[in-house]
Design a protein around this ligand. Structure first.
Ligand code: NAI
Ligand code: COI
Ligand code: MG
Length: 352
């Protein structure tokens, strides 16, 4: 069981250290951890955010633990050299098209939500975000219009097989939960979304036990804070899923709590190959201060054990330890506490 450890930039190395401590504490037989560089950290050494060495490591491993990439010092670089291209490149190169982002309120944290505790307490949802298409991967560029203005453009598109494969993931996910699936789009305005909706309806025929509803993304953003408990499984495109999941994180209390799994079709000897990363970024504003919440990274490691290695009991053990540590007061500044990254890691380890 080979795992690529790619901490990346900013708080990435700080939170990854805690996830690695938790993994090592489980002392799982046959697990090998292989370190690699990604993002600005890789660009500084190799001149590229996703160098061939790192790509080869990603291909050679059964799963990838990915911290975060992004560094304000790189904002002026040509786009293909910016750190963020590493996470996009990894997802595309490995065909990781399905991003699962669970959001559930932890017992004892209801009062830390941006919502009223009784509203927050009902949250238990799964966002299934398409990860290989949409406006993030369309043709983009800068041009000059005929009247001499600069114009930026990014083409949004999905083809039907891209929508169909994420639809199947979403319907299967909903089947394993409450059987309710909400497809979020903007079909009242966008052709891309009209196709998305049409294909969702076609695929629904294969899943008679799932109830499919459709919601426009602007309404979904509103409903997510009005009555988030009404959602169970949400399926949506790359851009909308990116935005709605950050919003969902504050409904449960902090962006430092939400983990994710990015999965494709590739199967290894142990399970589905995947990359596991917090939903947040490199948080340059708190990087290097020991303040980052490592929970999202630790929970991403748990998702890895579940999806890529079939180690359900071990995944559940990590999740229970996190819930117990949080409930006992292990909280950093993001949750109104004063514990640092390592202290929160210690609390999770003690609860394992
Ligand atoms: N998957 C990835 O590698 C991602 C990378 N990014 C990149 O990260 C950089 C920063 O982006 P932002 O928009 O600031 O988003 P961000 O998610 O890094 O930070 C947003 C806010 O949340 C806080 N935050 C994030 N993670 C936290 C944690 N674990 N504990 C406590 N507080 C936390 C930050 O301090 C900041 O105030 C940019 O370069 C961006 O492109 C952004 C999102 C995802
Ligand atoms: C850097 C972005 C492409 C990644 C992001 O914001 C995300 O996946 O949540
Ligand atoms: Mg994001």
């Amino acid at each position: 069981m080979k795992i690529a450890i790619l901490p990346g930039d900013g708080i990435g190395p700080e939170i990854m250290a805690e996830a690695v401590r938790v993994l090592r504490a489980l002392d799982l037989p046959g697990v090998e951890l292989h370190d690699g560089l990604v993002g600005a950290a890789a660009w500084r050494v190799h001149g590229h955010p996703l160098p061939p060495e790192t790509l080869a490591l990603m291909h050679a491993c059964d799963a990838i633990l990915f911290g975060a990439v992004g560094d304000p010092a790189c904002d002026g670089l040509e786009r293909h050299l910016r750190p963020e291209q590493a996470v996009l490149g990894m997802r595309k190169e490995l065909g990781l098209f399905a991003n699962l982002r669970p959001a559930k309120v932890f017992p004892g944290l209801e009062a830390h939500s941006s919502l009223r505790p009784e509203v927050a307490g009902a949250i238990d949802l799964m966002i299934v975000r398409e990860l290989n298409g949409d406006v993030y991967f369309g043709e983009k560029g800068m041009r000059t219009t005929s009247d001499g203005q600069r114009e930026g453009y990014d083409i949004m598109s999905y083809n039907e097989s891209e929508v169909r494969r994420i639809a199947h993931v979403a319907f299967r996910t909903a089947l394993g939960r409450s059987g309710r699936l909400c497809s979020v789009d903007k079909a009242n305005v966008l052709e891309t979304s009209q196709l998305w909706r049409d294909v969702m309806i076609e695929v629904a025929a294969d899943y008679p036990d799932v109830t499919l509803e459709h919601m426009y993304v602007d309404n979904a953003a509103m409903q997510l804070v009005r009555a988030p408990g009404k959602f169970d499984t949400i399926v949506t495109g790359n851009l909308f899923g990116d935005i709605l999941s950050d919003q969902a994180s504050m409904c449960v209390g902090s962006i430092g709590l939400l983990a994710s799994a990015s999965l494709g079709a590739e199967q290894t000897a142990f399970g589905t190959k995947g990359a596991y990363e917090p939903i947040h970024g490199s948080a340059p504003d708190i990087a290097g201060k020991g303040l980052a919440n490592p929970v999202a990274m630790i929970l991403s490691a748990a998702m890895m054990l579940r999806h890529s290695f079939g180690l359900e009991a071990e995944a559940a053990r990590i999740e229970a330890a996190v819930a117990s540590a949080l409930n006992a007061g292990a909280r950093g500044a993001d949750l109104g506490g004063n514990m640092g990254t390592v202290a929160i890691g210690n609390a999770v380890l003690a609860a394992l």
